[in-house]
Design a protein around this ligand. Structure first.
Ligand code: PLZ
Length: 449
């Protein structure tokens, strides 16, 4: 296990000379289509710190896109994965199974919402989990259509590109896309024309109307939604929206799928973000935070739906790899032991208080404003606009703020359909000192940009 001093340290320009050398090699050898937010090459990472090859220590407000919630080298993850590596690396669960896979499925049945009988199938990536949720829902309902939402993100494979809303960079030039995918409005409170208080019921009514009139409820196999939309801008659907859509699905025999790949596993201060409004999904997709950085994903749901796919219809060579399963068991153990849900809520309180003060302080900045502060737990974002009245998105200021943070040794990410959302996803184990220092850097960026 790596144990790094939990202190920021900037000793070179960022990126430093060794990172720049590696970046030159990388540009010659790695395809241009694979980008990096910050070309600082990692040497070690633990807790809230990423140490680069030049000896800089960066504060991590990204968690490798919401993955390393327990830290990037959590003791229990490393211990269990190492023991598993020594025992065996792979047999393929479809050839000769092993206990770790079953234990992960049991843990998922215990942790996901609802007390009905549940089953799981394990995969390698979030996109693969979402694809399989669609396969399962189609097998169960014997219907084809899939409904997704504005600003939704579900992956980069062919089917999940079709499910993802945003063209650039995810879909542009990569079509044709899978058929029978229909997109309907989501209750984006900040940008809802009649105001956030009307967004929930109005967006739900529009979505239901479009599904009923344009697709036909009887043709719909699945409705897939992120309970907090991630890449689309950390949009919490306005209250009442999710329950209304969930009810419409139940009333019409449609499989309701919560994509909790980014929002799940303590990220929002609950095991799953859909619990916030008491939603019990039929199927739930998980990945990212589940395994402390090892590649693992799952579809979990009602046993009768999960069992609808014929034997041999689901799977893959590596799905539920034993080392990744061991990592997941270590990650879940850590989340319980350290009560990371409580920790996420604490992070929310600290961040929102500081960001609210910053929004007021910089309200009269004539270059940009914080239009909205939102998110739950350690999934917090600010939406930047040119003007609070027109709400015109300000992607340039967002990029400049992110860059200013990077240069001071704080890893932050952007997101949003309009590229104007600065998002914060610290590891849940980050200490208060680092958290506040990160916020200081963000505040400094507001004055320097
Ligand atoms: N569903 C809700 O957030 C992955 C991807 C970033 P994979 N999000 C980060 C990028 O630019 O590729 C994600 C998600 C939700 C599905 C996925 C897909 O998960 O493990 O990346 O396939």
């Amino acid at each position: 296990m790596t144990s790094l001093p939990q202190e920021r340290r900037v000793v070179t320009a960022i990126p430093g000379p060794k990172s720049q050398e590696l970046q030159a090699r990388r540009l010659a050898a790695v395809a241009a289509g694979v980008g990096s937010v910050l070309p600082v090459f990692t040497a070690r990472a633990s807790g809230g710190i990423i140490e680069d090859v030049d000896g800089n220590r960066l504060i991590d407000f990204g968690s490798g896109i919401a993955v390393t919630s327990v830290g990037a080298s959590a003791e229990a993850v490393v211990r269990r994965a190492t023991a598993q590596l020594t025992d065996f690396t792979h047999t393929c669960f479809m050839v000769t199974p092993y206990e770790g896979y079953v234990e992960v499925a049991e843990a998922l049945a215990e942790l996901t919402p609802g007390d009905h009988a549940k089953k799981s199938a394990l995969f390698n990536s979030g996109a693969e989990a979402v694809e399989n949720a669609v396969k399962i829902a189609r097998a169960y309902t014997k219907r084809q259509a899939v409904v997704v939402f504005d600003h939704g993100y579900h992956g980069r494979t062919n089917l999940t590109m079709a499910l993802t809303a945003k063209n650039m960079p995810y879909k542009h030039g990569f079509g044709p896309f899978a058929p029978e995918v229909y997109r309907v409005p989501v209750a984006y409170g900040y940008r809802w024309p009649t105001g956030p208080e009307n967004a929930g019921p109005e967006a739900a009514a529009q979505a239901v109307d479009q599904i009923s009139k344009q697709v036909g409820a009887d043709n719909v196999a699945a409705i897939i939604i992120e309970p907090v939309l991630g890449e689309g801008g950390f949009i919490e659907p306005a209250k009442g929206f999710l329950p209304a859509i969930r009810k419409f699905a139940a009333d019409n025999g449609i499989v309701f799928v919560a994509d909790e790949i980014q929002s799940g596993f303590c990220r929002t201060g609950q095991w799953f973000a859909c619990e916030d409004e008491g939603i019990v999904p039929d199927l739930i997709t998980t990945a990212k935070g589940i395994a402390g950085g090892l590649p693992l994903a799952a579809v979990t749901g009602r046993a009768e739906i999960m069992d609808a796919a014929h034997a041999g219809g689901l799977g893959g060579t590596y799905g539920g790899n034993p080392v990744a399963c061991a990592g997941a068991l270590g990650s879940i153990e850590t989340m319980k032991e350290l009560d990371l849900n409580a920790r996420a809520k604490h992070i929310e309180a600290v961040m929102k208080a500081r960001l609210t003060a910053m929004a007021e302080k910089y309200a009269h900045n004539d270059r940009f404003s914080i239009g909205d502060i939102r998110g739950r737990g350690a999934m917090i974002a600010i939406e930047l606009v040119k003007d609070r009245t027109t709400k015109e998105p300000h992607p340039e200021a967002t990029a400049a703020l992110a860059k200013a943070c990077h240069q001071e040794g704080l890893v932050v990410l952007t997101c949003g359909t309009y590229g104007n959302v600065l998002r914060f996803l610290p590891p849940l184990v980050i200490g208060d000192d680092l958290l506040n220092e990160g916020l200081d850097i963000i505040e400094q960026a507001f004055t320097s940009v």
